[in-house]
Design a protein around this ligand. Structure first.
Ligand code: A3P
Length: 321
């Protein structure tokens, strides 16, 4: 039994009792709060982060649905922001996993601490979260900090998530998970960690549409297609555009190369060890790194179901996957 008991022991316990709960397909407990499904184990750290995190104007918040390119985006933003501190061959990414370098609010910083002191982290601070847009701490909404979201085709996200959970065996039923049909059905009903996926994406997409200087909306598929232009875009958005000189020196290619799937996956630091409080293997963040792997696991009928879902949920918003 690998399930972590991070269950709330106080006011959250009471709140939890009042909320709808459901078992995920791998046996982790989910709770529904304000329209979203959260892992029970993440509920308390998330609410603490939401309540106590104080953003600085220079902060960058990486927001994602899990398995949508978080690791990649962490590596890229960290490298872009710190390129004057470390040359490529001195990068901390060569020695540790991107999740060590850019922590999650809920899985790391607020996991055990109600109000950790984050003041001394060098600026620009980069933090990550899987929280839906409306759940972000008030200071993030109110100050000059910037948010970078990365979305991914939900079919690939589902397949990636399924492999990740089966490999790490976090849930109680990890040895006897529900089959792919049932798991997919729950996914389409929005009953999955951080789900419904369409609400998650839509929230950030709308925020981006309303204020593109506050929220950058990236797609995993676009990074796969043309990493150079996306890295430039990220750097500009973060307020650290590449100079002509840097571009001539090949710095954009060097950063893209360091952060590429092949490069990161082959580092010793990413082949061994655990992360996110020992819950998951570092290596499990690097599986295939491909677009369209869903075709190896899901049927055209399943794809059609998601296509229709997205069509109705995203109608008129301009969001397409
Ligand atoms: P697959 O399971 O489809 O291979 P996250 O980082 O949000 O947890 O997402 C993990 C997914 O991103 C996995 O997808 C993983 O292989 C892929 N990934 C991790 N690092 C990557 C990189 N540097 N470039 C491209 N894809 C990467």
């Amino acid at each position: 039994d690998h399930e972590v008991d991070n269950s709330p022991k106080d006011e959250f316990q009471e709140l939890l009792q009042t909320l709808e709960q459901h078992m995920s397909w791998d046996g982790q407990r989910l709770v529904k709060y304000k329209g979203f499904w959260f892992l029970v184990m993440i509920f308390r750290p998330m609410l603490f982060a939401r309540k106590n995190f104080k953003a600085k104007d220079t902060d960058v918040i990486i927001s994602t649905m899990s398995k949508s390119g978080t690791t990649w985006l962490k590596a890229l933003t960290f490298s872009i922001a710190n390129r004057d501190r470390f040359t490529i061959d001195q990068s901390p990414l060569l020695a540790c996993n991107p999740h060590t370098v850019v922590p999650f609010l809920e899985y790391n910083l607020y996991w055990e601490q109600e109000n950790p002191d984050l003041e001394d982290i060098p600026c620009p601070r980069i933090f990550a979260t899987h929280m839906p847009f409306d759940f972000l701490p008030d200071s993030v909404h109110e100050n000059g900090s910037r948010i970078i979201y990365i979305g991914r085709n939900p079919l690939d996200q589902f397949v990636s998530q399924r492999h990740f959970l089966l490999e790490n065996k976090i849930g109680k039923e990890a040895d006897h998970p529900l089959g792919v049909d049932e798991a997919f059905d729950m996914f389409c009903r929005g009953i999955h960690s951080w789900g419904p996926f369409w609400e998650h994406m839509h929230g950030y997409w709308n925020a981006h549409s309303e204020n593109p200087r506050k929220v950058l909306f990236l797609k995993y598929e676009d990074l796969k297609e043309d990493i150079t232009s996306q890295v430039k875009k990220i750097a500009e958005f973060m307020g650290f555009p590449f100079s002509l000189e840097e571009a001539k020196q090949g710095l954009i290619d060097q950063i893209s190369g360091l952060c590429s799937f092949e490069s990161l996956r082959n580092l010793a630091a990413n082949k061994t060890g655990n992360n996110l409080n020992g819950l998951v293997k570092n290596s499990s963040f690097f599986r295939k790194g491909k677009v369209g792997d869903w075709t190896n696991y899901l049927t055209p009928a399943m794809a059609e179901r998601v296509r229709k879902l997205m069509e109705s949920k995203f109608e008129g918003s301009g969001l397409i996957f």
